[in-house]
Design a binder for this molecule. Structure first.
Ligand code: ADP
Ligand code: MG
Length: 340
């Protein structure tokens, strides 16, 4: 999965000391990205159990859903589903079904079959497909090439060469699963982050919300907005997470399914919503849709907000964040202009 970076897409500004009694904080690299958990419980043993549960869950989801692990359920699907329908676990079936839901909602901007071309890129090595290769592989990108059978939970690919990758939704899903596990343990104040996807429950400390900072896509030390939030999820998709440049063109990990090339309509999309599966899928989608169509989608959905940094470095807010009662709480700073 993607998102490996020294700096998570969201820089988190903490208003209080994390080492406060009862709070536990742990970071680790799993799923090719930085996982971080902060939580509070009066009983330190319960707090520790919570942290362990989250990391175990992240490892489990990675083992099942990573396209880079040959023994994962997802890898098996990619190897076999073009030959015959493959029965998959309820969990994988549901997440693929949810992905297809977002494909329909976004008119194909979100599409897990992007991987049919995505595998031809290697951002670390600076590799991209040439034009004919890209065109041929892009023909295979289409969520309609996935045949889902509710009975027996089977999935088949209708063409050879189709591949899927859940990198645009699985980290958000893993965050949501983790929050559910914490709640089951009786933990009600926590922040779980996987790369650019975070969800927080409860208040940060004594009635104070969490402060979430949106980083400047062209300056990792600068924040373009700081928003006080509680009981929500936040996801950022950015063109600075995984990229290389060639002849002045930035190749990065968010693919426009229509072209098979990196989407270049903006620098980052930060989505706020009730759960991280939703905000993860929508941040990737809005990034692909671009500012105008992306904001139109966000403004049409209840309980979803967005902060976009366009390709010129200008900021755009969804209607919910511009509303007087919320707008004044946001600290806004201009982003670095485009050329950097
Ligand atoms: P990050 O992984 O950096 O948090 P995103 O949530 O935007 O950022 O996810 C980007 C990942 O989503 C890519 O690495 C890839 O695995 C996947 N992806 C890329 N383009 C698409 C797309 N059009 N639809 C669905 N998933 C995509
Ligand atoms: Mg995403």
């Amino acid at each position: 999965m993607s998102g490996a970076t020294l700096f998570p897409a969201l820089a988190l500004l903490l208003t209080t000391c994390i080492a406060h009694a009862g709070w536990l904080h742990k970071d680790a690299d799993i799923m090719g990205t930085r996982i971080s958990v902060e939580l509070f419980h009066d009983d330190p043993a319960v707090a520790r159990r919570g942290v362990d549960a989250v990391f175990e869950e992240m490892h489990r989801i990675d083992r099942d859903m990573s396209p880079w692990i040959a023994t994962s359920e997802l890898s098996r699907l990619n190897r076999e589903a073009a030959q015959h329908p493959v029965a998959v676990s309820d969990e994988l079936f549901e997440l693929i079904r949810t992905s297809v839901h977002y494909s329909r909602l976004t008119h194909g901007a979100f599409d897990i079959t992007f991987a049919s071309v995505g595998f031809l890129y290697d951002y670390r090595k600076g590799v991209h497909p040439d034009e004919p290769e890209r065109r041929a592989a892009t023909e295979l990108i289409n969520y309609r090439n996935l045949v889902l059978q509710a009975q027996g939970h089977t999935i088949a690919y209708s063409k050879p060469g189709v591949r899927i990758d859940l990198g645009g939704i699985a980290k958000g899903y893993a965050v949501d699963r983790s929050i559910r596990l914490l709640q089951a343990l009786g933990i009600h104040q926590a922040l779980v982050t996987a790369g650019g996807d975070s969800r927080m429950i409860g208040e940060r400390w004594k009635g104070r919300p969490w402060n979430i900072g949106v980083r400047d896509p062209r300056d990792e030390h600068k924040l373009v907005a700081v928003i006080p939030l509680e009981n929500v999820a936040v996801s950022t998709s950015g063109d600075y997470e995984r990229f290389f440049e060639e002849d002045g063109i930035r190749y990065h990990h968010i693919i426009n399914p229509a072209s098979g090339d990196s989407a270049r309509g903006m620098h980052s999309a930060t989505l706020i919503g009730p759960d991280a599966t939703t905000t993860d899928a929508l941040s990737t989608s809005v990034f692909v849709l671009g500012v105008e169509r992306g904001l139109a989608l966000v403004n049409s959905l209840p309980n979803i907000d967005a902060i976009l940094v366009d390709a010129q470095g200008h900021l755009h807010y969804s209607e919910g964040l511009l509303a007087a009662d919320r707008g004044e709480d946001i600290v806004k700073t201009p982003a670095t202009p485009a050329a950097r």
